[in-house]
Write a protein that binds this ligand. Structure first.
Ligand code: CU
Length: 841
């Protein structure tokens, strides 16, 4: 034990470690290793659920017209069309957003601080908040199965106009949209956390280009997520609000449905690459470590992953090949899509070159990487064929596409990450997994995945997302084989879970910290499992080689009490209860009309949710005030671009930028529809009434002025606060006065904007109408109020700062509360305002 050499005041380590490992320590944890493991375990839980849904669908499809086969136990049929549609939708959403994404994120959150030589992620409480939002949003997604009308059944793309209240008037559609919104917020939090930690918390001397490829993969994933998740969050948020208020944007006659498709795939296409990269990066790391040689052309691989990330945002139009939009755009996007095969092939070559000719003994992770590499090739080739406009016209919407993307999602991403799970099992538990059982798992999973998906290429004329098919067209045999493969693949995971359960108790105990004898970087510089504070001594990097990663024996780690916080959980549970209350309240209104009691009960539950949320939020502020929160001090100071950006400012700026994308999406949608609806081009060439055109535009102009005013008000409030900290009180006071004046301008212009919008709103919400402007009326109001809360929070901090000047209030991890409050306040205010809207029905 190295405890004697570490700074261990009064032998407190044992006591602190007990706190860390207690049940309370797990629930209120802010430690990246526990949060990372919780992410991994929870995502595996969703994997099992999504897998069971897939097996049910495969059983249904094994026999043509299985819906007509009579069974006494199923009272006549297995799955009907509506049940099948719900399963296909929730399977897709679960597997992509609640399993594969968070599995990669979980590995990232566990491994990044270890890999870069840090004590933790730099915003520990935000990290916990991201996890709880992930768990509770998943529960919300599945809760739709138990609501009247069932769950969302539109397919995971949630295409409009099908998903609008007009055609999907079920509560399940609302809970699913709310789930995506909560998960979106959690993802934005996690990506900001990951980017900021990689930027700021690297060990001294650790240059970005020398980081392991898994860290790079997660870095790119976080960068693109941070760019597209605010957008998808805004998109679903507007769907939710529109559905609740019966003012649907996406069924507008002025191109609403096509707008959904564009905005959805702007997120949806990058998403699949986001899911692919963590597994790929992980494979490079464990292949090279088990092979005792560096990844092949490492710098080129970093560049290839970057190129894929950037290109992925540009190619989303290939999902609109069949919509009849401008042909030149489609041709351009066909070419863009084909270019993505260049970096993808580089990664395949890199993986194979890293794998072959080494000293490995075909351990389980190596075998999984081998499987992933062959899937990479099959998925890649079938992808190139579909990037062709001509071929896509033929295979569009059928099982060829299903085969293609499952080869990537399951064949590459799942296989690669499962290899990673085996590889890091000793790190997580301190015991070795059973190699024998691991290989048996692989011996079923690898053939299984191919038996499952390869036959689907032959079903290139069978429509997907359809619950049954007729016999006599040659579909049956391929469906039967695929279903057999699904069971082989699915059940093989029982061997994996059995392996882990057995190894946890009886697995070989590791004799030293580095079981693979890998020159794998800082990850293996800690014990297995690592102590809660990670390293005994401060890590640093002396050069650009793996052998230059060192621990400074002169600098023992200062042992602090582990930080427990109930605030992230309270904020999440508050949100969850609030949305649940809205669902109950909605049951008291048409088309459900279960009774007035539901309305009152619903509003009471919403109030409880708000109270719990406020308890968490105020508590968070209180912790900041008391400075109970130890900081994760950045150790890396060499990167010039990061100078002058402390943790707080970096996080704040990134969240604000994300917030802007979120709001811009919603404003963009509404403003575009507003302009389209008065445009002469849409209505067939007649010139618009200048008055009709004038009013919405005037409101837009006031709106823009009010946004600029509130932005400047925030800036001056910030400067004022900085002045207060540096004790130049006159400057500080002037800035605060300017900030207050700007806030007043903001309030006036907001009111003007709403007044001018007035004639365009429908005062009577009782009838189903198609007036996005009405809902906009409310949305503008609550977003502005959310901004106001931010400003008021700053003013309160200013007052505290001026009155108690000896205390640094604005520092440390105060970022968290601003970010959390701004985002979550928006959700709550929507609930409140939609509630108010309903009261006047
Ligand atoms: Cu795509």
């Amino acid at each position: 034990m190295s405890m004697e050499t570490s700074e261990n005041p009064n032998g407190k380590y044992e006591e602190y470690n007990r706190i860390y490992n207690s049940v309370k320590g797990w629930i209120f944890t802010t430690n990246h290793k526990q949060i990372g493991l919780l992410y991994i375990l929870t995502s595996l839980f969703f994997f099992i659920g999504g897998g069971v849904m897939a097996l049910l669908m495969r059983v249904q499809l094994a026999i043509p017209r299985y819906d007509l086969v009579k069974y006494s136990i199923f009272s006549g049929r297995f799955l009907d069309a509506l049940q099948y549609n719900q399963l296909v939708t929730i399977h897709g959403l679960t597997m992509l957003i609640w399993f594969l994404g968070p599995l990669g994120t979980g590995f990232g959150i566990y491994l990044i601080p270890l890999a870069i030589g840090s004590r933790d992620m730099i915003y520990p409480r935000m990290n916990a908040l991201g996890y709880w939002l992930f768990l509770f949003s998943g529960i919300m997604l599945w809760s739709g199965f138990f609501l009247p009308g069932g769950n969302l059944d539109t397919g995971w793309t949630v295409y409009e106009p099908l998903s609008s209240f007009k055609f999907t008037p079920y509560l399940g559609a609302d809970t699913a949209a709310a789930a995506v919104v909560l998960r979106g917020i959690g993802t934005i939090i996690a990506s900001t956390e990951i980017l900021a930690t990689i930027f700021k918390a690297r060990a001294k001397g650790y240059r970005m280009m020398n980081l392991p490829l898994f860290v790079w993969a997660v870095f790119w994933v976080a960068a693109i997520s941070w760019f597209v998740f605010p957008e998808i969050t805004g998109l679903f948020f507007l769907l939710l609000v529109g559905n609740l208020m019966h003012a649907s944007y996406y069924i507008s006659n002025y191109g609403g449905a096509l707008m959904w498709e564009n905005l959805f795939w702007y997120f949806g296409h990058p998403e699949v690459y986001l899911l692919l990269l963590p597994g790929t990066g992980a494979m490079f790391d464990y292949l090279s470590n088990l092979n005792h040689r560096p990844p092949y052309l490492k710098k080129w691989m970093i560049a290839a992953m970057g190129a894929i990330s950037v290109d992925s945002v540009m190619v989303f139009l290939h999902h609109t090949f069949m919509t009849g939009i401008v042909f030149a755009w489609l041709m351009a996007d066909s070419i863009f899509t084909e270019t993505i095969s260049i970096p993808t092939s580089m990664l395949i070559v890199g993986l194979i070159a890293t794998m072959i000719g080494g000293r490995h003994k075909f351990q389980t992770p190596i075998l999984f990487a081998l499987a992933a590499s062959t899937s990479f090739m099959i998925g890649g080739v079938s992808g190139v064929t579909q990037s062709s406009l001509a071929i896509d016209t033929i295979v569009h919407g059928d099982y060829y596409v299903v085969a293609h993307f499952h080869y990537f999602m399951v064949g590459v991403a799942v296989m690669g990450l499962m290899g990673n799970l085996y590889y890091y099992f000793p790190k997580f538990t301190g015991r070795m997994y059973s190699e024998k059982l691991g290989r048996i798992h692989w011996a079923f999973a690898y053939p299984g995945v191919n038996i499952l998906y390869f036959p689907m290429f032959f079903l290139y004329d069978l429509p997907r997302r359809v619950y049954t098919y007729q016999s006599g067209f040659g579909y049956t045999i391929f469906n039967e084989i695929a279903t057999a493969g699904a069971f082989i693949f699915g059940l093989s995971f029982l061997i994996m879970f059995a392996n882990f359960a057995w190894s946890l108790k009886y697995g070989e105990k590791l004799k030293d910290d580095n079981p693979y004898r890998a020159s794998a970087g800082f990850v293996w510089f800690t014990s297995n499992p690592p102590k809660y504070y990670n390293f005994d001594y401060e890590p640093y990097v002396g050069g650009s080689d793996m052998r230059d990663l060192l621990l400074d024996k002169n600098k023992p780690t200062k042992i602090e009490k582990p930080l427990l916080s109930s605030r992230p959980l309270l904020l999440t549970i508050g949100s969850f209860i609030g949305i649940f209350g809205a669902v109950v309240a909605l049951m008291g209104y048409p088309p459900y009309a279960f009774g007035t009691l539901y309305r009152y009960l619903g509003f009471v539950i919403i109030a409880v949710g708000i109270a719990v949320f406020a308890w968490g939020g105020v508590g968070w502020l209180y912790d900041d005030y008391k400075i109970k929160v130890p900081t994760i001090s950045p150790t890396f100071k060499d990167e010039p671009v990061m100078k002058g950006l402390n943790n707080m400012r970096l996080g704040m700026l990134m969240f604000l930028a994300g917030n802007m994308i979120f709001i811009a999406t919603m404003f963009g949608v509404v403003e575009w529809l507003k302009l389209q609806s008065v445009s002469p081009y849409v209505s067939g060439g007649y010139s618009p009434d200048p008055v009709t055109w004038f009013f919405p535009s005037t409101s837009t102009i006031y709106l823009i002025i009010s946004i600029i005013a509130i932005g400047l008000a925030a800036l001056f409030a910030w400067m004022s606060l900085r002045g207060a900290i540096s004790k130049s009180r006159t400057k500080s006071g002037t800035n605060m006065v300017i900030s207050i004046i700007l806030s007043i301008i903001f309030i006036i212009t907001t009111i003007l904007s709403l007044l001018y919008l007035g004639p365009y709103t429908s005062v009577n919400f009782s009838s189903v109408h198609n007036n996005p402007v009405s809902a906009m009326y409310y949305i503008i109001t609550f977003i502005q109020i959310a901004f106001m809360i931010g400003i008021v929070a700053v003013l309160v901090k200013y007052a505290l700062q001026v009155t108690k000047r000896d205390r640094v209030l604005w520092g440390r991890t105060a970022t968290g509360i601003d970010i959390a409050m701004w985002f979550l306040a928006m959700i709550f205010l929507t609930a409140v305002f939609t509630g108010i809207g309903y009261i006047f029905v």
